[in-house]
Ligand binder design. Structure first.
Ligand SMILES: [Fe+2]
Length: 288
């Protein structure tokens, strides 16, 4: 199946904002380290002025970002891979949210009329508008975190599919009736194995899910990355920056390059693509 490409979630200003926050810096400190005035830095972050190549280089050094990836984002030429080779069908459910787009995902055997749902999107309207007609049943729902843009469609989903179990992270934000999964927990459903990865940082309670088909003769893995890893960027560290970077490192180190990454915002990518290009994965053992 051909999957339509979504625009990148983050542009240069978002990447710089997240990097400044992630380094525990302020714009005035970055300005003094780079020799770029604070006013010009703010103008660059706000897309009012374009950075020069030299300024991008200085910003990459000051913020520990990969220069080539930063340049690719700045020039709107961030590379994205073709997505193929999964041993099942993947249906991205894209829903408008603010000025961007939120993704939920259905995973299904291509000949089946049922699927497994990851996140429920913004609301009922968005969920049903993007829902594939052939999927008539949901075997299970897995939530990455409890922000409205990712679980706002849950009540509508429950009304249509009241039998579907709903899994998610433990935590104070947990919704009623959601079965908590801990790190490493595996749920087997209809030939799929869904392994839980606890990845706090964006939110205190945040999961990624590794999806495999143990009996498939070959094929790539799928990683539902929620709001931790995006094509060309990472999620905002609304809970804890250090924990977000620890979660990111644990997720990336050891993951196969061929793994298809399905983020909560923006386009699909692969682990190899992000290792090679993502501005935030340019150091040490994270780099390609
Ligand atoms: Fe989000």
């Amino acid at each position: 199946m051909v999957i339509e490409r979504a625009p990148l979630e983050d542009e240069l200003g978002d990447v710089l904002d997240k990097a400044i926050q992630g380094c525990g810096l302020t714009e005035s400190v970055v300005a003094s380290r780079t020799g770029i005035s604070a006013e010009r830095l703010r103008s660059i972050i706000d897309y009012c002025e374009q950075p020069t190549d030299l300024e991008l280089r200085d910003l990459a050094v000051a913020l520990g970002l990969r220069l080539a990836g930063l340049k690719a984002v700045a020039s709107e030429a961030y590379p994205l891979p073709e997505i193929s080779g999964l041993p099942f069908c993947l249906y991205p459910l894209r829903m408008p949210h603010g000025i961007g787009v939120t993704n939920a995902y259905l995973v299904a055997n291509c000949s089946a009329d049922w699927g497994i749902l990851f996140d429920t999107g913004t609301n009922a309207e968005g969920l049903w508008r993007s829902w594939p007609q052939k999927i008539q049943r949901v075997a299970a729902v897995f939530l990455t975190h409890y922000e409205t843009e990712h679980c706002g469609g849950l009540e509508a989903l429950r009304q249509r599919f009241p039998e579907s179990p709903v899994f998610g992270p433990a935590g104070t934000e947990r919704l009623d009736g959601v079965v908590s999964l801990s790190d490493g927990a595996v749920v087997n459903e209809g030939g799929f194995a869904i392994e839980t990865r606890s990845t706090p940082g964006h939110a205190a309670a945040h999961h990624c899910y590794r999806v495999t088909v143990p009996n498939a003769p070959q094929g790539r893995e799928l990683l539902i990355s929620g709001d931790l890893l995006f094509a060309g960027s990472i999620g905002g560290a609304f809970h804890c920056c250090q924990r977000l970077h620890e979660s990111l490192r644990a997720l990336v180190v050891g993951a196969d390059d061929s793994t298809v990454v399905a983020p909560g915002h923006g386009p699909l990518t692969t682990m190899g693509n992000e290792r090679a290009h993502n501005p935030f994965l340019g150091s040490g053992d994270l780099a390609g």
